[in-house]
Write a protein that binds this ligand. Structure first.
Ligand SMILES: [Zn+2]
Ligand SMILES: [Zn+2]
Ligand SMILES: [Zn+2]
Length: 157
């Protein structure tokens, strides 16, 4: 039968574990994983770091771990390093949108729909052949005039 622990019992177990885990001679945890798993782990943890209240000591430890891991995976700071570090910067996220031209849900990286290859607005998915219903034009930063802010529209004339 499953035993239900009281609060005091839980605290006692946590204390005992903490004494062992945080002792200076605690056994290190050694593990090996393939690079696909490492990339997935890094990505998931980078998402966790975006939580605005995730600011404590365990975050610091985990973030150091992730940065060390990235360092190990590409000590020369090449393409892999650059790619993995992008996860710390939400502005670098690829955007997913429904392409109004080909009706596919696609991930936009370079301003084009990877499916039909048309220039695409990363906010609403309109393209040259499938403009917004009210009509739109391209703003300098690659979003369409329906999605751009008023001052951007004014700048674009
Ligand atoms: Zn498309
Ligand atoms: Zn748009
Ligand atoms: Zn548009």
């Amino acid at each position: 039968m499953k035993k239900i622990l009281t609060f005091d019992e839980k605290m006692r177990i946590a204390d005992l574990a903490a004494t062992k885990l945080f002792a200076p001679d605690a056994r290190p945890v050694i593990f090996e994983m393939d690079s696909t798993a490492a990339v997935a782990l890094i990505g998931q943890l980078q998402l966790a770091f975006r939580h605005p209240e995730n600011t404590g000591r365990t975050r610091e430890i985990t973030e150091n771990f992730v940065r060390n891991l990235i360092e190990q995976m590409d000590p020369d700071h090449g393409d892999v390093y650059e790619f993995l570090m992008m996860g710390f910067n939400p502005e670098m996220d690829a955007v997913s949108v429904l392409c109004k031209n080909c009706r596919q849900f696609v991930t936009i990286a370079d301003g084009h729909c990877p499916n039909c290859m048309e220039s695409i607005c990363p906010r609403c998915g309109c393209t040259d052949s499938a403009a917004c219903s009210e009509g739109c034009f391209w703003l300098p930063d690659g979003i369409c005039s329906s999605c751009g802010s008023v001052d951007l529209v004014e700048q674009a004339g």
